[in-house]
Design a protein around this ligand. Structure first.
Ligand code: ACO
Length: 338
């Protein structure tokens, strides 16, 4: 029998809390006016269709792991957690520094978190909540005590900067959370996760893997960049997030009126408004920062969580609901008592 399962055999599940958050956005701002000079678009089109005004773009020598480590350091500082205390690092990303080793291993090296087991999770924009649930499972079952979860993406490296359909939407960034068991605290109450591979083609990067390795032909066809059916993605985003939000609330035995703040994936203000409409919640209950960062994929909900908590959009004891969707198709929702 493995040591870990033996150790856990007679212990009851314990509550898991987020004890610190952090986020990081690169310095360089790319505004809609800047994009007007790059592709045939306008500030008016981008703002009215997406709500995005600007996004951050990482420097050429600034990788996903660098952004992830900066967000992690902010979370560790807030949580008063030293690198050696971290038992596991999970990085949610679709833009890893390298296919292998995992970006989480690169982060481990930067942080000096020598006791951590490290791996990446690939679930596109849903990756942070998937990773949060992985961490929750490991801590609640007494396998590990302290887990660093990061959502980080450098989508600027995966975008075709000549494709106006996609290049205006995305940005770079990272968000992190430290999870630990905290007595007398509810923490993560429930997470609902779902996927549907039948929609794999509507939002993807087809090239670069073993199916379509990087060859000069594939490169010329931009197969190593993000391809998206915008309209289909839009519709599925609204229905899947509505579904996930309601399922998580049901699992938590809570009503929407119990929720202090909703933090959705930050892809498009119209998607968020449609979600608010369907859930019948006012927009002032929903935290939005996409006008400043665009869609940062796995980082988006994590960055928004960090910002919203630092701006005190909710207090200790309040219920918050995070809800996401992304390529895969993947979608998820978490209810947390802060
Ligand atoms: N500037 C100007 N025109 C543009 C631009 C642009 N940047 N991009 C597209 N267009 C044009 C198209 O070429 C098309 O022109 P045509 O009608 O002559 O062919 C037209 O605008 C399309 O317009 P609409 O149909 O009105 O566009 P729509 O309202 O569907 O908005 C958008 C497009 C913003 C992409 C929307 O569909 C959307 O947000 N979809 C979801 C995208 C998303 O969330 N993706 C990521 C999700 S998951 C993840 O994060 C990985």
């Amino acid at each position: 029998m493995k040591g870990v399962s033996h150790r856990c055999a007679h212990k009851s599940k314990r509550a898991v809390s987020i004890i610190g958050t952090g986020s990081y956005a690169p310095e360089r701002i790319l505004s809609n006016a800047d994009l007007e000079r790059m592709v045939e678009t306008s500030d008016d089109w981008i703002t009215s269709r997406t709500g995005i005004k600007e996004r951050r773009i990482a420097a050429a020598d600034e990788f996903t792991s660098h952004m992830a480590a900066k967000a992690a350091q902010a979370a560790m500082e807030q949580a008063h957690v030293a690198p050696e205390e971290i038992d596991m690092i999970v990085v949610a990303t679709v833009s890893p520094d390298t296919f292998f080793p995992a970006t989480a291993c690169h982060v481990q090296r930067i942080l000096g978190a020598k006791n951590a087991v490290c791996f990446d999770v690939s679930a596109a924009c849903s990756g942070f909540l998937y990773s949060l649930e992985i961490a929750q499972q490991f801590i609640s079952t007494h396998t590990y005590d302290t887990i660093l979860v990061i959502g980080a993406d450098k989508l600027s490296a995966l975008v075709n900067w000549k494709d106006r359909n996609t290049c205006v939407l995305f940005g770079d960034g990272a968000g992190a959370a430290i999870l630990r068991s905290r007595e007398g605290s509810h923490g993560v109450i429930t997470t609902y996760m779902a996927s549907d591979g039948n929609y794999a083609d509507i939002l993807c990067m087809p090239g670069g893997g073993c199916a379509l390795p990087i060859t000069s032909e594939n490169f010329e066809q931009h197969l190593n960049t993000i391809q998206m059916n915008g309209k289909e993605t839009f519709k599925l985003a609204v229905t899947s997030m509505q579904h996930a939000a309601l399922r998580a609330l049901q699992q938590a035995n809570l009503e929407l009126s119990d929720i202090k703040c909703i933090i959705p994936h930050q892809a498009n203000i119209r998607i968020i408004e449609a979600l608010a409409d369907r859930l019948k919640v006012p927009m002032d209950k929903i935290y939005v920062n996409l006008e400043r960062y665009g869609n940062t994929s796995a980082a988006a909900v994590a960055m928004a969580l960090d910002e919203a908590s630092r701006k005190e959009h909710f207090q200790i004891g309040d219920y918050i609901l995070m809800v996401v969707f992304g390529g895969g198709l993947t979608w998820a929702s978490s209810v947390i008592q802060w």
